[in-house]
Write a protein that binds this ligand. Sequence first.
Ligand code: 8X3
Length: 255
Amino acid sequence: MIQTQSAEPRSALVTGASSGIGAATAHRLTTDGWQVFALARRAEKLEHLAEQEGIVPIVCDVTDREQVDEALAQVTAEGGIDTLINNAGGALGVDPVAQGRVDDWEWMFRTNVLGTLHVTQTFLPMLRAHGEGTVLNLTSTAGITAYEGGAGYCAAKSGQHALTSTLRLEEAEHNVRVIEVLPGLVQTEEFTAKRLRGDTAAADAVYQGVEKPLTAEDVAEVIAHAVNLPHHVNLDQIVMRPVAQAAQHKVIRTG
Ligand code: 8X3
């Protein structure tokens, strides 16, 4: 049996930590004894995390390099990290390419791709200096499979997927492992509602009849497993879906 990583205290930065997979990951890691710096854009959404021991909330928009630099200063002052979890991102719109809104595409590229770039570039020197650094990027099955109405999101996640694969090749010589988690259908309070511009009825329909979509906690469990493994074990790419979603186009619905 593989032993999990040593008892040495671990410390992670989690972006997009105010809700969904980010918040669940922050909670999950603290239960394993990690210190977690929880980054999010919205201060009021971070308040509930501040109450949990082991979590240091930091207000930061990952698309703003100056704010990311300020986050680095705070994390440095408070002991640093060995693990970076790039979770911030999201989807906007389900339009076909013919009608896709350029603003939506730009937002998706800024948050998913450039946000990951800003935070990764900023924290890489710290991760290299640690000697056993880890970067975990939360992408999506949309990054490896196209589907109708998904072009903007698929393109952004595909870009983040390519960034992640490249980073793994480049950072191995610095002993920084690079993990990619690619979830399929995950039901969270915000992801689909935001994508569908607040149309909660349409958002509910996405999950209708799917008995058990993945939850944020399911994904957090997998992330925790991957980063708790001994550092020489690199789970390169973890594709995870609910059993009811055999493929992007094949979702089993009951009722
Ligand atoms: C979300 C997965 O299937 O909505 O990252 O594109 S999907």
